[in-house]
Ligand binder design. Structure first.
Ligand code: RB5
Length: 152
């Protein structure tokens, strides 16, 4: 599996830690390093850049890290067909895949430490959408999303 990852200036160290963790786990991590080519960039354009690569199918899973994880989740969710959630605990990370079928995990480098972040990433990667009772709920989200994008 290939996972795309990026961060803003608040999370450079944690991103490096997660990239190393993914590679150690046998998962290819593609670091977009938007900041490297756009110094001073803010989290919205960084998150948007990654979300477009989920939307167009280049990657199936992405990780975005900022100070809180909140801004990255908000901007990723503005891209049609992309679903992101901020997780700072393992249970939520599992449910983000199993119940919500989200492709993008966001975390806050100012909220959690590197060891918990690594555990969260591992749990999230090991989890898949379970369908069942969650399927009509996710389908409803897609329907409402389509409605929202069409009406504006
Ligand atoms: C810092 O720019 C901070 O606002 C950002 O990293 C993030 O926490 C936003 O949600």
């Amino acid at each position: 599996m290939r996972v795309v990852i990026d961060c803003d200036d608040a999370a450079v160290d944690l991103k490096k830690t997660i990239v190393a963790h993914l590679e150690k786990s046998g998962v290819e991590a593609v670091d977009l390093d938007y900041l490297g080519s756009h110094p001073g960039a803010f989290y919205p354009e960084i998150g948007y850049n990654l979300a477009l690569k989920i939307q167009d199918g280049t990657f199936e899973r992405g990780i975005l890290i900022c100070g809180t994880g909140l801004g990255m989740a908000m901007i990723a969710n503005k891209v049609k067909g992309v679903y992101a959630g901020v997780c700072h605990d393992v249970f939520s990370a599992e449910r983000l895949r199993k119940s919500n079928d989200a492709q993008v995990l966001t975390m806050g480098a100012r909220v959690i430490g590197p060891e918990l972040a690594k555990t969260i990433v591992t749990a999230w990667l090991a989890s898949e959408f379970q369908g069942g009772g969650s399927l009509p709920k996710v389908q409803q989200m897609h329907e409402l999303e389509n409605k929202s994008f069409e009406s504006k």
